[in-house]
Design a binder for this molecule. Sequence first.
Ligand code: BTN
Length: 257
Amino acid sequence: MSRKPRWAGCNRIELTKVDSTNEEAGRQALKGACHGTLVVAREQTAGQGRRGRSWYSPPGDSIYMSLLLRPLLTPDKASMLTLVMGLAAARGIRQVCHLEPAIKWPNDLLVREKKVCGILTRLQMKEEAIDSLIIGVGINVNQLDFPEEISAVATSLQRESGRAFEKTELIEEVMAAFEDCYDCFFQTGDLSLLKQEYNEGLINRGRQVRLVASGKEWTGEALGINDVGELLVRRQDGCIEQVFAGEVSVRGIYGYV
Ligand code: BTN
Protein backbone atom coordinates (compact mmCIF):
# COMPACT_ATOMS: atom_id res chain seq x y z
CA MET A 1 0.00 0.00 0.00
CA SER A 2 1.38 3.40 -0.95
CA ARG A 3 1.31 6.36 1.41
CA LYS A 4 -1.05 9.23 0.70
CA PRO A 5 0.76 12.49 0.08
CA ARG A 6 -0.45 15.48 2.13
CA TRP A 7 -0.21 18.20 -0.51
CA ALA A 8 1.92 17.14 -3.48
CA GLY A 9 -0.59 16.14 -6.14
CA CYS A 10 -3.57 17.32 -4.07
CA ASN A 11 -4.82 19.10 -7.17
CA ARG A 12 -4.31 16.55 -9.94
CA ILE A 13 -4.85 17.20 -13.63
CA GLU A 14 -4.99 13.93 -15.57
CA LEU A 15 -4.73 14.02 -19.36
CA THR A 16 -4.85 11.36 -22.03
CA LYS A 17 -2.52 13.21 -24.36
CA VAL A 18 -0.55 16.44 -24.07
CA ASP A 19 2.42 18.04 -25.77
CA SER A 20 4.47 18.02 -22.56
CA THR A 21 3.32 17.91 -18.94
CA ASN A 22 5.95 20.58 -18.19
CA GLU A 23 4.36 22.86 -20.79
CA GLU A 24 0.88 22.13 -19.48
CA ALA A 25 1.95 22.79 -15.89
CA GLY A 26 3.41 26.08 -17.12
CA ARG A 27 0.09 27.01 -18.70
CA GLN A 28 -1.76 26.00 -15.54
CA ALA A 29 0.61 28.14 -13.47
CA LEU A 30 -0.23 31.18 -15.59
CA LYS A 31 -3.92 30.48 -14.93
CA GLY A 32 -3.24 30.51 -11.18
CA ALA A 33 -2.96 26.79 -10.34
CA CYS A 34 -1.93 26.21 -6.73
CA HIS A 35 1.27 24.90 -5.10
CA GLY A 36 1.14 21.10 -5.28
CA THR A 37 -0.74 20.85 -8.57
CA LEU A 38 0.32 17.72 -10.42
CA VAL A 39 -0.15 17.29 -14.17
CA VAL A 40 -0.08 13.63 -15.26
CA ALA A 41 -0.44 12.44 -18.85
CA ARG A 42 -0.80 9.02 -20.44
CA GLU A 43 1.11 10.20 -23.51
CA GLN A 44 3.26 13.19 -24.52
CA THR A 45 3.56 14.26 -28.12
CA ALA A 46 6.52 16.59 -27.50
CA GLY A 47 8.13 15.28 -24.30
CA GLN A 48 11.18 17.34 -23.37
CA GLY A 49 14.49 16.08 -22.01
CA ARG A 50 17.54 17.85 -20.66
CA ARG A 51 19.86 19.81 -22.91
CA GLY A 52 17.24 20.32 -25.61
CA ARG A 53 16.67 16.61 -26.19
CA SER A 54 13.27 15.01 -26.58
CA TRP A 55 11.85 12.48 -24.12
CA TYR A 56 10.41 9.31 -25.63
CA SER A 57 6.79 9.30 -24.39
CA PRO A 58 4.59 6.59 -25.95
CA PRO A 59 1.09 6.05 -24.51
CA GLY A 60 0.25 3.94 -21.52
CA ASP A 61 3.20 2.26 -19.92
CA SER A 62 5.20 5.04 -18.36
CA ILE A 63 4.81 7.98 -16.01
CA TYR A 64 4.95 11.51 -17.37
CA MET A 65 4.18 14.02 -14.66
CA SER A 66 5.00 17.58 -13.60
CA LEU A 67 4.67 18.98 -10.13
CA LEU A 68 3.99 22.71 -9.85
CA LEU A 69 5.49 24.45 -6.84
CA ARG A 70 5.29 28.03 -5.69
CA PRO A 71 8.22 28.08 -3.29
CA LEU A 72 9.46 31.14 -1.43
CA LEU A 73 12.94 30.72 -2.73
CA THR A 74 15.55 32.74 -4.56
CA PRO A 75 16.12 31.50 -8.15
CA ASP A 76 19.73 30.42 -7.42
CA LYS A 77 18.38 27.71 -5.10
CA ALA A 78 15.88 26.26 -7.54
CA SER A 79 18.21 23.68 -9.08
CA MET A 80 18.53 21.98 -5.69
CA LEU A 81 14.87 21.01 -5.87
CA THR A 82 15.62 18.94 -8.96
CA LEU A 83 18.02 16.87 -6.86
CA VAL A 84 15.40 16.69 -4.11
CA MET A 85 12.98 15.17 -6.62
CA GLY A 86 15.65 12.72 -7.80
CA LEU A 87 16.04 11.47 -4.27
CA ALA A 88 12.27 11.26 -3.80
CA ALA A 89 11.84 9.29 -7.03
CA ALA A 90 14.60 6.90 -5.91
CA ARG A 91 12.84 6.39 -2.57
CA GLY A 92 9.50 5.81 -4.30
CA ILE A 93 10.95 3.26 -6.73
CA ARG A 94 12.74 1.45 -3.90
CA GLN A 95 9.55 1.29 -1.86
CA VAL A 96 7.16 0.16 -4.59
CA CYS A 97 9.40 -1.89 -6.88
CA HIS A 98 12.04 -3.20 -4.46
CA LEU A 99 14.71 -2.11 -6.90
CA GLU A 100 17.74 -0.08 -5.86
CA PRO A 101 18.08 2.83 -8.30
CA ALA A 102 21.42 4.59 -8.49
CA ILE A 103 21.66 8.32 -9.09
CA LYS A 104 23.67 9.67 -11.99
CA TRP A 105 24.35 13.31 -11.14
CA PRO A 106 22.45 15.52 -11.28
CA ASN A 107 19.20 13.61 -11.45
CA ASP A 108 19.03 10.56 -13.66
CA LEU A 109 18.03 7.33 -11.96
CA LEU A 110 19.57 4.14 -13.24
CA VAL A 111 19.00 0.47 -12.66
CA ARG A 112 21.87 -1.77 -13.72
CA GLU A 113 23.52 1.26 -15.28
CA LYS A 114 20.58 2.03 -17.58
CA LYS A 115 18.24 4.97 -17.20
CA VAL A 116 14.75 4.48 -15.72
CA CYS A 117 13.96 8.06 -14.73
CA GLY A 118 14.78 11.56 -15.92
CA ILE A 119 13.90 14.91 -14.37
CA LEU A 120 13.60 18.32 -15.97
CA THR A 121 12.88 21.51 -14.04
CA ARG A 122 11.49 24.71 -15.45
CA LEU A 123 11.21 28.09 -13.77
CA GLN A 124 8.66 30.81 -14.47
CA MET A 125 9.62 34.18 -13.06
CA LYS A 126 7.59 37.21 -12.08
CA GLU A 127 9.98 40.17 -12.07
CA GLU A 128 12.94 39.01 -9.94
CA ALA A 129 11.07 36.27 -8.05
CA ILE A 130 10.02 32.71 -8.79
CA ASP A 131 6.37 32.59 -9.81
CA SER A 132 6.35 28.84 -10.30
CA LEU A 133 8.83 26.03 -10.36
CA ILE A 134 7.82 22.97 -12.33
CA ILE A 135 9.54 19.65 -11.80
CA GLY A 136 8.87 17.20 -14.62
CA VAL A 137 9.49 13.53 -13.98
CA GLY A 138 9.55 10.74 -16.54
CA ILE A 139 9.70 7.17 -15.24
CA ASN A 140 9.92 4.16 -17.55
CA VAL A 141 7.58 1.84 -15.70
CA ASN A 142 6.14 -1.00 -17.78
CA GLN A 143 7.67 -0.28 -21.16
CA LEU A 144 9.32 -3.34 -22.66
CA ASP A 145 10.73 -1.96 -25.89
CA PHE A 146 12.72 1.16 -26.63
CA PRO A 147 13.73 2.72 -29.94
CA GLU A 148 17.13 1.58 -31.14
CA GLU A 149 18.78 4.94 -30.54
CA ILE A 150 18.17 4.78 -26.77
CA SER A 151 18.00 1.02 -26.16
CA ALA A 152 21.63 0.86 -25.03
CA VAL A 153 21.07 3.41 -22.26
CA ALA A 154 17.37 3.08 -21.31
CA THR A 155 15.42 0.46 -19.42
CA SER A 156 12.20 0.17 -17.44
CA LEU A 157 11.22 -0.99 -13.99
CA GLN A 158 9.36 -3.95 -15.45
CA ARG A 159 12.31 -4.98 -17.60
CA GLU A 160 14.60 -4.95 -14.59
CA SER A 161 12.28 -6.69 -12.14
CA GLY A 162 10.13 -8.92 -14.35
CA ARG A 163 6.97 -7.44 -12.81
CA ALA A 164 4.48 -4.81 -13.93
CA PHE A 165 3.73 -1.94 -11.54
CA GLU A 166 0.71 0.24 -10.78
CA LYS A 167 1.59 3.72 -12.01
CA THR A 168 -0.78 5.38 -9.53
CA GLU A 169 0.83 3.67 -6.57
CA LEU A 170 4.27 4.75 -7.72
CA ILE A 171 3.14 8.34 -8.31
CA GLU A 172 1.68 8.56 -4.79
CA GLU A 173 4.78 7.09 -3.20
CA VAL A 174 7.07 9.48 -5.09
CA MET A 175 4.90 12.45 -4.08
CA ALA A 176 4.87 11.37 -0.41
CA ALA A 177 8.66 10.93 -0.52
CA PHE A 178 9.00 14.34 -2.17
CA GLU A 179 7.09 15.94 0.70
CA ASP A 180 9.49 14.39 3.23
CA CYS A 181 12.56 15.48 1.26
CA TYR A 182 11.09 18.96 0.65
CA ASP A 183 10.61 19.40 4.41
CA CYS A 184 14.27 18.49 4.97
CA PHE A 185 15.33 20.94 2.26
CA PHE A 186 13.33 23.79 3.80
CA GLN A 187 14.68 23.15 7.31
CA THR A 188 18.10 24.33 6.18
CA GLY A 189 17.52 25.89 2.75
CA ASP A 190 20.02 23.47 1.21
CA LEU A 191 20.76 19.77 0.80
CA SER A 192 22.79 19.29 3.97
CA LEU A 193 20.22 16.93 5.52
CA LEU A 194 19.90 14.91 2.29
CA LYS A 195 23.49 14.94 1.08
CA GLN A 196 24.58 11.71 2.74
CA GLU A 197 21.70 9.67 1.28
CA TYR A 198 22.24 11.27 -2.12
CA ASN A 199 25.97 10.53 -2.12
CA GLU A 200 25.39 6.95 -0.98
CA GLY A 201 23.24 6.42 -4.05
CA LEU A 202 25.53 8.30 -6.42
CA ILE A 203 26.84 5.99 -9.14
CA ASN A 204 29.47 8.52 -10.26
CA ARG A 205 31.11 8.62 -6.85
CA GLY A 206 34.73 7.45 -6.92
CA ARG A 207 34.58 7.10 -10.72
CA GLN A 208 36.35 8.99 -13.45
CA VAL A 209 33.93 11.30 -15.22
CA ARG A 210 34.14 13.36 -18.36
CA LEU A 211 32.51 16.78 -18.17
CA VAL A 212 31.46 18.73 -21.20
CA ALA A 213 30.30 22.34 -20.88
CA SER A 214 30.40 25.29 -23.27
CA GLY A 215 32.46 23.30 -25.77
CA LYS A 216 35.16 22.46 -23.21
CA GLU A 217 35.84 18.94 -22.02
CA TRP A 218 37.78 17.72 -19.00
CA THR A 219 38.00 14.66 -16.78
CA GLY A 220 38.39 13.95 -13.10
CA GLU A 221 37.22 11.80 -10.22
CA ALA A 222 33.70 12.51 -8.94
CA LEU A 223 33.72 12.77 -5.16
CA GLY A 224 30.05 13.50 -4.37
CA ILE A 225 27.84 16.57 -4.01
CA ASN A 226 28.27 19.46 -1.59
CA ASP A 227 25.50 21.14 0.45
CA VAL A 228 24.20 23.04 -2.58
CA GLY A 229 24.15 20.09 -4.95
CA GLU A 230 27.29 20.90 -6.94
CA LEU A 231 29.35 17.90 -7.99
CA LEU A 232 32.83 17.91 -6.50
CA VAL A 233 35.33 16.65 -9.04
CA ARG A 234 39.05 16.18 -8.38
CA ARG A 235 41.01 17.16 -11.45
CA GLN A 236 44.16 15.33 -12.49
CA ASP A 237 46.28 18.13 -10.97
CA GLY A 238 44.58 17.52 -7.58
CA CYS A 239 42.40 20.67 -7.60
CA ILE A 240 38.78 20.12 -6.62
CA GLU A 241 36.20 21.78 -8.86
CA GLN A 242 32.61 22.47 -7.86
CA VAL A 243 30.46 21.73 -10.90
CA PHE A 244 27.04 23.37 -11.19
CA ALA A 245 24.46 21.26 -13.03
CA GLY A 246 23.25 23.81 -15.60
CA GLU A 247 24.09 22.66 -19.07
CA VAL A 248 26.96 20.39 -18.18
CA SER A 249 27.03 16.81 -19.44
CA VAL A 250 28.61 14.14 -17.27
CA ARG A 251 29.69 10.85 -18.72
CA GLY A 252 31.87 8.00 -17.60
CA ILE A 253 35.25 7.75 -19.26
CA TYR A 254 34.25 4.65 -21.20
CA GLY A 255 30.50 5.14 -21.65
CA TYR A 256 27.28 6.45 -20.22
CA VAL A 257 28.14 6.03 -16.51
C1 BTN B 1 16.06 14.02 -19.03
O1 BTN B 1 16.48 14.35 -20.13
O2 BTN B 1 16.61 13.15 -18.38
C2 BTN B 1 14.85 14.69 -18.46
C3 BTN B 1 13.60 14.01 -18.89
C4 BTN B 1 12.34 14.58 -18.27
C5 BTN B 1 11.09 13.94 -18.84
C6 BTN B 1 9.85 14.40 -18.15
S1 BTN B 1 8.44 13.48 -18.67
C7 BTN B 1 7.41 14.58 -17.82
C8 BTN B 1 7.96 15.97 -18.04
N1 BTN B 1 7.47 16.52 -19.27
C9 BTN B 1 8.41 16.69 -20.17
O3 BTN B 1 8.24 17.14 -21.32
N2 BTN B 1 9.59 16.30 -19.67
C10 BTN B 1 9.46 15.85 -18.32
